[in-house]
Ligand binder design. Structure first.
Ligand code: GUN
Length: 297
């Protein structure tokens, strides 16, 4: 079998176009331009690229965005004071604190400081708790992006065995909660594997849908994948490559060529889940602006 390539760039572009239409509709009904504040601390190069791409995508969708950049020596108290200020700033309907944060700053302290009503990244414990309980919530962007790729490609997770490798707070844990919900796009049987899982290949081979989210280049090899599985690669890893102008290339957590020869469908890296994360962030920010307009009305 040669896998169908699930093109995240195309799906994300369709989603961004829907968001742009929503932004225009909101403006036509007298609502605000959705505003996103992005906070970038330190000099992680990948984070800088993500934040730049988020700003560009906001502008293309007709949204307002501003990046608040702080150097790596910023004190946690200063970051929390900035978040307080953004919570009170009505121009911003959503706030995103880019992760990872430098050593010495608690990521959980920063995320918990964001007003839950502005948590468009869906990482606040209140957002995640609401999602876990099946209540309306801002969905975390990468898990929501994975769900949209599956649904919009015709792979409803309902009744499928989804095996997720990785248990991070950003991807593995919330994705497991999202796909097990009794709700459209949910209803999966979910297994979560991690570094302490015994006989990982025996479990991943049971997956109808296999999600790689452990951040280890090429870790999912062909022997770990059942013929005809759908493979979603959430990893974005930089590996040295002297042949490239930048000196590196991006690879996922899946050994792409070998797995693509076996799977029914697979997301590439780059151009798979990465662009979906940004599209879901815009969608959440539009929702936040709609809610603030409804409250003001
Ligand atoms: N770093 C990598 N992915 C993400 C994400 O989805 N949100 C934030 N805030 N930081 C990230």
């Amino acid at each position: 079998m040669t896998a169908r390539i699930l093109n995240g760039n195309d799906i994300a572009a369709a989603l961004r176009a829907e968001v742009a239409q929503g932004v225009a509709d909101l403006a036509a009904s007298g609502g605000p331009a959705p505003g996103l504040a992005a906070v970038l601390v330190g000099d992680d190069p990948a984070s800088a690229v993500y934040v730049r791409n988020k700003g560009r995508a906001c502008a293309e969708a007709g949204m307002f965005s501003e990046t608040f950049q702080r150097d790596g020596a910023t004190a946690q108290s200063d970051l929390l004071a900035l978040i307080d200020r953004l919570n009170d700033d009505a121009r911003f309907h959503g706030i995103l604190v880019q992760l990872p944060l430098p050593d010495g700053i608690s990521e959980s302290a920063a995320i918990e400081r964001i007003a839950p009503s502005k948590d468009v990244d869906g990482l606040h414990p209140i957002s995640q708790g609401r999602m876990l309980q099946g209540q309306p919530a801002y969905l975390p962007c990468t898990p929501a992006g994975v769900q949209q790729v599956l649904l919009r490609s015709g792979y409803d997770p309902g009744g499928q065995h989804v095996v997720i490798v990785g248990r991070s707070n950003i991807v593995g844990k919330p994705l497991s909660a999202l796909l097990m919900q009794r709700a459209p796009g949910g209803n999966a049987t979910v297994t979560v594997c991690h570094t302490r899982t015994r006989n990982l290949p025996a479990i991943t081979r049971q997956a109808d849908i296999l999600v790689a989210a452990m951040g280890v280049p090429g870790a999912i090899t062909a022997d770990m994948v059942r013929d005809g599985a759908v493979v979603i690669d959430v990893g974005i890893n930089r590996v040295d490559d002297a042949a490239r102008r930048r000196g590196y290339r991006l690879v996922g957590d899946v050994d792409f060529d070998a797995v693509a020869a076996k799977a029914a469908a697979i997301t590439p890296v780059p151009g798979g889940i990465g662009p979906m994360t940004i599209a879901m962030l815009l969608s959440n920010t539009l929702d936040a602006a709609r809610r603030s307009a409804a409250v003001a009305a």
